[in-house]
Structures are given as C-alpha cells and as structure tokens.
Design a binder for this molecule. Structure first.
Ligand SMILES: Cc1ncc(COP(=O)(O)O)c(C=O)c1O
Length: 395
C-alpha cells in the first residue's frame, strides 16, 4: 500500500464529494458545460477588481530589485503594516505589523495556527454545519475536533458550547459569514461567547484561543456591519485571505492577525512565523504581497452577489424550499424535502444540477448551493429545481 492508511481513510470519508465532482466532469463531457448547472464549489465567477490589475501592471512594469527573493517568514513589513492599519480601522484595536503573519490562503493560515497552538490530543471546537476541511486540518496537527451543532437558525448555541468546553479545549474555531449556512454571527453572540470563554479559562486555568476564520468577512448583504471578535475576547486570532473579497482564490494570499491583547503575543507571533516556515510554506507569495499592499479596503462588487442571492432565494422560496436567507458569503443551505440529503442531491444530478449534501458539512437533511456562478446558470437550473421540488411534494 503506497499511501498512509490515515490519508486513505480520509479520502474515502470525503469520496462522495469527489464522486459528485467526477460525475460533474462526466456530465459536462456528455451534455456540454453550459448544460450542467454546477453549484458544487465556492470558486467565484467574478473577476478581481480593476485596482488589482492596475497594481499588478504597475509592479511588472516597474520591477524593484529583489522583489522576488526570500523575505522574513512573516512577510514584507510594508504589507503587514498596510493590513494592520486597515484592521485597526475595522476593529478599533491598536494593530501593528507585529500582529500580522502573511500566509498561503486561509487554509494555509489555519494550518499554521493549529501547528503553533496544538499539542497532541488538544481539542478544537468546531460548529456544524462546518467547512469539511477543518477536520483534516485538526488531524494534521494531532488535535481532536469536537463538533457542536448550531441552533435551528445556524447561530451558536451557547449552552451546548458551555457543555462541550473542557480543560483540553485549546481552540474554538468560528466562521462568519458561514460556509455553508450564510449566517453572520451577531455582536451579542460573539460577546456572549467571549464571556463564556473567559469564564472557562478561569475555571480550568487554561488558555482557550478563539480563532475566527473570516475569508467571507467583506461579503455582507443589506448593509450589515461585521461583528469583530477582538473587542469581545483578548485571546483571539483572525485568519483570512483575499480569495473571496478580491476574487483571488488561485493566488493563495492570506494573513493571520493576532489580537494585540492576546496573552504571550510576541511568543505567539514567533511561533506562527516558525510554523509558516517549517510547514514548508516558508512565506506567502511575494508578488501577491506586493499587490495587496495597495488594495486594503478594496472589495469586489457585492451588488453582483446580492443579485444572485435574491434571484436564487426568491425563486426557490416560491418552489417551496425552506432556508435561512444568507446574510453574507455566497452559499445557500436549504432543507432537503426528505431526510436523505444524499438521495435528494442525486435527484438534482439527474437534472444536471450539482450541489453538495449537508452530510458533507456534518448536517444531514440539508444541501448546499454555491451561487458564486453566472446568473444564467442560476436561471437555467430553475426548471430542474422545480421538478425535483414537485417530485418530493413541496408546494
Ligand atoms: C470557511 C472557509 N475557510 C477557509 C477556506 C479556505 O480559503 P483559502 O482559499 O483562502 O485558503 C474556505 C474556502 O472556501 C472556506 O470556505
């Protein structure tokens, strides 16, 4: 057997997502890509904003000596300073370059944070529905994931969290706006979570880090104000990227930001830089660091996602689908009309509509639609969504 048993097991556990992906490729070959309505991946259809191309163009036409060389593992000081200045405006905290580590996307950043914080057997609390990769990241660093379900509206259930926190809990990992539910946690929830974690830290005599995975932070609808974690909890760490807000997922550029109020801040920063190096990332991509230094405060045009959300929600609601209307991000997570979400998703595949069953996010009975696709893909899928709705008795 060539590959490690654990890797084999994990690949099998996620195999039906891969199965869906492969089925999609087959369907596209058979019917043509335009006749397959692929909502399975969070790969944004929007192009990066004009400012991205301007900054990139300026860099390649005005190259600076050494701009492609190695650099400090935490990234360029000027990039980190630009991010810190933006974060100081957003959070009100006295952030400086010393609180920022540039990383290879939010996925790289989460692995760096876990490598830095986790001893074998340490617990990482995650909330269902969850981003499925969390389990694999926790496992990468010999942690144990503790899954706590959210409430009926996909908000955090403080009582359930209080029950599940233990002296081994090292990290509580939240994601808002949420993939897959589209929910944005209100400030009151973050405040109550902060108070609970402080209480549990005191009770256990431990340190519990609140890690906020925020790649969708700028993707908010209806004028919603984002609830930052820094004001409510000192031991908090943000992990984010420009994959979604600048539509650059393939460029792998993100950062970790530690709350200036974090305990043992300088040691934590050194640990993060060390983990970034020794996980083999070494540093985040140089060219993209130069580019995004100029783009703090720039975001893709959210009106386009708002239009897609409204188009999808209005039509699916009229067909009888039930869901929480997304407040952020670009995912919709409706209930399936039958408990068996995998069968339901297969029925959609029969209509050449690709989605992901809620089981993939630890929440059977739902399915996820990634609506970061062309409007025409959404519109052309309505007939299929309607047929399946009728077949399963939705009005
Ligand atoms: C919740 C969540 N966290 C992290 C990531 C990884 O983001 P990145 O592409 O920046 O690594 C994603 C990507 O879809 C995500 O949905």
């Amino acid at each position: 057997m060539a590959i490690a048993q654990r890797v084999r097991q994990h690949m099998q556990a996620a195999s039906w997502i891969r199965g869906m992906f492969e089925e999609g490729i087959q369907l596209k070959q058979q019917y043509g890509a335009d006749n397959v309505y692929d909502f399975s991946l969070g790969n944004p259809v929007l192009e990066p904003p004009a400012q991205f191309y301007e900054a990139l163009h300026h860099l390649v036409t005005h190259p600076r000596p050494g701009m492609h060389r190695y650099m400090p593992n935490a990234g360029y000081p000027e990039t980190r300073a630009a991010i810190a200045a933006q974060l100081a405006r957003e959070t009100g905290a006295p952030c400086t370059a010393e609180h920022i580590v540039m990383v290879v996307g939010a996925a790289g950043g989460l692995n760096v944070v876990m490598k830095t914080l986790l001893d074998p057997g340490d617990e990482v609390m995650i909330f269902s529905p969850y981003f499925v990769e969390y389990h694999f990241y926790v496992e990468n660093h010999q942690g144990v994931s503790t899954v706590v379900p959210t409430d009926a509206h996909f908000n955090l259930d403080l009582e359930a969290i209080a029950q599940a926190l233990s002296p081994r809990t090292k990290m509580v990992l939240i994601n808002s706006p949420n993939n897959p539910s589209g929910v944005v946690y209100p400030a009151a929830t973050i405040e109550a979570l902060g108070a609970l974690l402080r209480q549990k830290q005191a009770e256990f005599g431990t340190q519990i880090y609140l890690v906020s995975d925020e790649p969708y932070k700028k993707l908010l609808y209806d004028g919603l104000i984002y609830s930052e974690v820094y004001p409510y909890y000192a031991n908090s760490i943000m992990v984010t990227s420009h994959a979604k807000d600048l539509a650059l997922p393939g460029e792998r550029i993100g950062y970790i930001a530690t709350n200036p109020a974090c305990a043992d801040g300088p040691e934590l920063q050194d640990g993060l830089s060390f983990a970034n190096r020794t996980l083999g990332f070494v540093n985040a991509p140089a060219l993209m660091q130069h580019v995004i230094t100029q783009l703090q405060g720039v975001t893709i045009d959210m009106r386009q996602y708002a239009r897609k959300r409204d188009l999808l929600c209005t039509n699916l609601a009229a067909m009888g689908y039930q869901f929480v209307k997304p407040q952020g991000g670009f995912y919709l997570f409706p209930r399936t009309p039958i408990p068996d979400d995998v069968s339901f998703v297969k029925a959609l595949v029969q209509r050449r509509i690709l989605t992901v069953p809620g089981s993939g996010f630890g929440t059977p009975g739902y399915f996820r639609i990634a609506y970061c696709v062309e409007d025409s893909t959404i519109e052309h899928a309505f007939d299929g969504f309607r047929e399946v709705a009728r077949e399963y008795g939705l009005s």
